[in-house]
Design a protein around this ligand. Structure first.
Ligand SMILES: Cc1ncc(COP(=O)(O)O)c(C=O)c1O
Length: 356
């Protein structure tokens, strides 16, 4: 018996490959997760919601929108939350793109972009990163046509790590037609320490066609609960809320996200630890002779034509391989882990170089 086929574009959709699990969670440096467990107060407030999971969650995600409004000084209707910022991006593209439309992103960039674009029937226009692994905004501007509906700028860029500079992004946005939505994907923004880095929210306040994607999965350590959001013009946020399946964000996730916003100071200490770990990884790997571009995220990038072989060589530390030549975005991405996991990574990387 045959089953009906999905739309033809599905043949072109790559399946999303999640980071490889490790024998011990601590050595799983393949998914850009936060190595620290959630804060006790956050777990308590999430757990309190478990007693009423016989009820559907709050469909309007009102407590989270209100907390974000206080936190980021935007009206509540400027937000649209979903099950991770990746789901928000899917809803956004669903709302704005269809067959015949184009979506421009840098490449290599976040692996979910080609899936999220292609599933809408739109065409994914990819613009190679510059040799220093940063976005080539001039080339991205040149790739915009009258069919372009959305441009996604990932800063810091996953998997390579560098940020887009604020002045460059400002010029880029100012030069684009206002009919093109610019998504500034700031999944890793809390780890940024470069004062020249793009500030998506500043641009969003000035340009109605700019919106910012953020997540509780990385710095806030809630990847398993699935909650992320966009900040944008209220009309854009309303369209995305419409495109989002009802009851997506559970009350458990909502409670944890709100509690995390209440605990930003405690969380900031953990983020600082990750930033320190990033510095040690960058320094250690460079001292061993690896070429590593700057990273402002919670991971570092080792460009290599032999990504999959390197990932095998680094085992039992699980890292994320990207096949292909360096010029095509080949390499290995290593998430910052605990101090002992980072040391272990440095150890396997050194052994690989010396052939021991
Ligand atoms: C650039 C970027 N955007 C968005 C996401 C999605 O995060 P989440 O769906 O967990 O919020 C990720 C996750 O890896 C990412 O790297």
């Amino acid at each position: 018996m045959t089953v009906p086929s999905p739309r033809p574009v599905f043949d072109a959709i790559p399946g999303y490959k999640a980071g490889r699990p490790a024998e011990h969670d601590e050595l799983k440096l393949s998914s850009n997760e936060n190595p620290f467990p959630p804060l006790p107060g956050v777990v308590e407030r999430a757990a309190a919601e478990l007693a009423r999971i016989n009820r559907y969650p709050d469909a309007g995600v009102a407590r989270l929108h209100a907390a974000l409004s206080r936190h980021l000084s935007r009206p509540e209707d400027a937000f649209a939350a979903g099950t991770g910022s990746v789901a928000v991006l899917f809803s956004l593209l669903d709302a704005y793109c269809g067959p015949g439309d184009e979506v421009v992103t840098a490449w290599r960039s976040f692996e979910a972009y080609p899936i999220a674009v292609t599933v809408t029937g739109a065409t994914h226009v990819t613009v190679p990163l510059r040799a220093d692994h940063t976005h080539d905004l001039d080339a991205m501007a040149a790739a915009v046509t009258d069919r372009t509906r959305v441009v996604v700028v990932c800063t810091p860029n996953n998997p390579t790590g560098p940020v887009v500079r604020h002045d460059e992004l400002e010029r880029f946005v100012a030069a684009l037609p206002s009919s093109v939505l610019v998504v500034v994907d700031e999944a890793y923004v809390e780890f940024v320490r470069d004062p020249d880095a793009a500030r998506g929210l500043d641009l969003q306040a000035r340009f109605d066609n700019v919106l910012v994607l953020r997540t509780f999965s990385k710095a806030y350590g809630l990847a398993g609960l699935r909650v992320g959001y966009l900040v944008g013009h209220p009309d854009v946020a309303a369209a995305v809320r419409k495109a989002t399946p009802p009851f997506s964000v559970s009350d458990v996730a909502q409670a944890a996200a709100v509690a995390s916003l209440d605990a930003v100071d405690e969380l900031a200490e953990r983020v600082d630890e990750v930033v320190q770990g990033r510095g040690l990884l960058l320094e250690g790997l460079r001292a061993q002779g690896w070429t590593v571009p700057d990273s402002q995220a919670n991971f570092v990038w080792l460009p290599s034509d032999q990504g999959p072989q390197l990932a095998e060589a680094f085992w039992p530390v699980a890292v994320r391989p990207f096949p292909g030549a360096v010029a095509d975005g080949g390499g290995v991405r290593v998430s910052v882990g605990t101090t002992s996991a980072n040391e272990r990574l440095l150890d396997v990387a050194a052994r690989h170089l010396t052939g021991r």
